[in-house]
Design a protein around this ligand. Structure first.
Ligand code: GUN
Length: 286
């Protein structure tokens, strides 16, 4: 039987509806409209599209939004100065530095991100938030893994006591995903490029999260019949063709639930960013 296809559009709309309710209530209580500032350095075309989408969604929701575009040759200290200015700006409640940074700044990525005030860190990348997530404290949670959890929950897919396998150990997806699933009482395994017998592990997964960055990496023989497959990959295989990490056509015949690419969890990332921005503002204002 073919899997239920989890539409990002439906779940993203659900999250945005909830965010709108929270936003209206916050504005009623404080008289303040939350503000998000997104910094983009350079002109990476994919990043420009993501940033435009974030800006547009803020506008649609009624969140103030500013995009700070800095030239490709911006130095580390100029970028940190821009971040510090936003830390001081009381009209800005969330700060997001779009990644990847230009090559010359990449060695300093962590150092730069650490300058974002943790209470404005709507990406959840600051070590204070990373640490809090790992010990199960309330904190800013990275948007993509948070979107995956929200989707699993909204779709009624059980997590408690289930085997969850994540392929990919990035700081943006794999590691926070593991902590969020652990907090929901899943038994969690993280696989990566050095994992041996990968297929034996992925076949135990009731929930399989693919965050590898390689087209059709997850094939039908790697999954357990009836599993829930969440595809976080976004791979451009032709100028106008995006695919995930999962061989969608084959895997959907074996899985019980599967997310498409495009149109899957990617759409929830912006919705969770809106939620994080409103929550950051709530914590700063109340
Ligand atoms: N680039 C790709 N994904 C992300 C994300 O979640 N946050 C930021 N800041 N940059 C990204």
């Amino acid at each position: 039987m073919s899997a239920v296809i989890l539409s990002g559009k439906t779940y993203a709309q659900e999250l945005k509806n909830q965010a709108k309710i929270n936003l209206t209530e916050l504005i009623r209580q404080t008289g303040v409209t939350p503000g998000l500032a997104v910094i983009i350095v350079g002109a990476d075309p994919a990043s420009q599209v993501y940033v435009r989408n974030k800006h547009r969604t803020c506008r649609e929701m009624g969140i103030n939004s500013q995009v700070i575009s800095l030239p490709e040759n911006t130095g580390k200290s100029a970028l940190i100065t821009a971040i510090k200015k936003l830390n001081e700006d009381v009209s800005v409640h969330g700060i997001l530095l779009q990644l990847p940074l230009p090559k010359t700044l990449q060695p300093y990525e962590s150092e730069i991100l650490y300058n974002i005030n943790p209470s404005k860190d709507v990406d959840g990348f600051h070590p204070v938030n990373v640490g809090k997530l790992s010990i199960g404290e309330k904190c800013m949670v990275p948007c993509t893994p948070l979107g995956c959890i929200k989707m699993l929950e909204s779709a009624g897919i059980p997590i408690d006591g289930k085997n969850a396998v994540i392929i990919g150990r990035s700081n943006i997806v794999g590691k926070p995903m593991a902590n969020l699933l652990l907090a929901k009482n899943a038994t969690v395994t993280i696989c990566h490029s050095h994992t041996q017998n990968l297929k034996d592990i992925t076949r135990t997964a009731d929930i399989l999260i693919a965050a590898v960055g390689r087209p059709a990496f997850v094939t039908a023989d790697m999954i357990k019949p009836g599993a829930a497959i969440i595809d976080v990959g976004i791979n451009r295989i032709a100028p106008k063709k995006l695919v995930g990490d999962v061989d969608f056509t084959a895997v959907k015949e074996k899985a019980a639930f599967i997310t498409p690419v495009p149109g899957g969890v990617g759409l929830l990332t912006i919705a969770t960013l809106m939620q994080n921005t409103i929550e950051a503002a709530r914590q700063q204002l109340l």
